[in-house]
Ligand binder design. Sequence first.
Ligand SMILES: C[S@@+](CC[C@H](N)C(=O)[O-])C[C@H]1O[C@@H](n2cnc3c(N)ncnc32)[C@H](O)[C@@H]1O
Length: 493
Amino acid sequence: MEENTEYHAELFPYLQSWGLREFRDEASYYGWQRETLSKEELDDFQRLIEHRYGDEKGKGDIEFYDGLARRDLIPILYSQRLQYFLTIGTAVCRRIAPAQQVLDFGCGVGILTIFFALQHPDVEFVGIDRSPRSVEMACLEAEKRQIRNVRFELSHVPPQQISGTYDLILSTHTLFQTEREPGIPSRTWETFQRVVDHQRQEQLEVLTGVHGRLDALLLVLGLIGRMLIFEKTWNLGRRIFFQRALDARGLFPISSPVFCRYRSVDEEVADGPLYEVARNTQGVETLGWNEEPYRAPGETLYRCIGIAADRMGRVLAMDQVSASFSGVHSSFGSWVWRFGLWKEIFAWGLCEHSSGLTGLIIGGEADRDLLHQLVETVTHMTESDFQELVQDFWGDLIHAKEDQSAPCYENHHPSAQIIYERLPSKHIQQESTIQDAQRGEMHIELGTTTRLTYLYCANVFDQRQLVLMDEERAQVLREYYRESLQHPYGPPA
Ligand SMILES: C[S@@+](CC[C@H](N)C(=O)[O-])C[C@H]1O[C@@H](n2cnc3c(N)ncnc32)[C@H](O)[C@@H]1O
């Protein structure tokens, strides 16, 4: 993810001018919502959410956005999107130049469109949306702020068509909104690859509305025009489906897609990526489409303390220990750090302190460099560095009651697949592959690897879960296996 410093300083006070506020915990956010809205208003809002999806013509969705487009409701409902606006607003704003004519498809009440127009006074912006009240509010706001380089139009695309020609088209959370659609499944639970099935792709494009919207946008995109598209396509099945829809229309990425993470009040949201695409015309350098899962730096890392760290440390230290450092401090006690590589799969660092603390940090091949940096840090560590490191890595675990069934390693990301495939002396004890017409294939496996027991769950929508446990506590995983078989797609609602 990129650092969004440019435009950030202007965007924050601008969002405050719409009444948006920053909340870091749910209790204060929902408390404010309850204080500000009456019970009837909250019930109305709930009804709008319930009726939002389900009809083909988007009637429920239009009513939903019409219902939200009230100046008194915007601060309360949109404050939870503050970090979204900051993240995507800055990322889009810095990519607008050198465009002269910009279309913002699905502009809503115009929060971002007006900001872009303010920041780029020599560029003409047109915002279109199918919600009449949103467009009304966007017009009023632009008028109130005396912004002359933006106009807003009511348009439901398709069936309506867009007029004009644009050298930049923006779409943020509008083109592919069908959030429950998981996209294309992988061939089997063992791979992330998808077969190319043109017929299925076309069916999905029609079902999700992507087909009609994209085709309408392409009619007004200038020959050398670009599109900046930010949709909820982090999930690989959705991402591949969406990328193939762009590819089929001759659109290719001209810069690396930007995967974004931000907070929605206290919840971390993975969103995007932001695509910058253009038609494959001469003179424009394009990149290929990447159909691999996104791997965030540090995603394979796992930390534990106490019994889990101690037991895993014993197993790891039987293989290569590549470095060992110790230190003594008069007031703070003594510590020993050991680093190593286990079976060429895991890089790890184990810290034992005279207070009795044992802390482990461990990660896969992809994060080996991060662990090497840790070795460097530890080599030159002072007492305050030590305290800071311990706090950063294990602080939250130290202050909580120790969980006796905490795993020795756990990974919930696609990177778990690589670690699972490389586990040495793997012996499967029990396994089951479940077929479900709607939710796809799911595999659950319990087995042993060198001095450890593992549980692995994987499905065709890229969910992965690898858990490792020492032999003495293997029973925890056997029970987990049994429970997973009873509810393979998660606990019943
Ligand atoms: C999730 S909101 C996003 C608003 C804004 N782009 C943002 O990022 O905050 C989606 C908006 O797209 C509009 N919309 C959805 N489908 C549309 C369509 N087919 N034609 C025009 N507007 C559409 C909705 O009315 C809504 O205002």
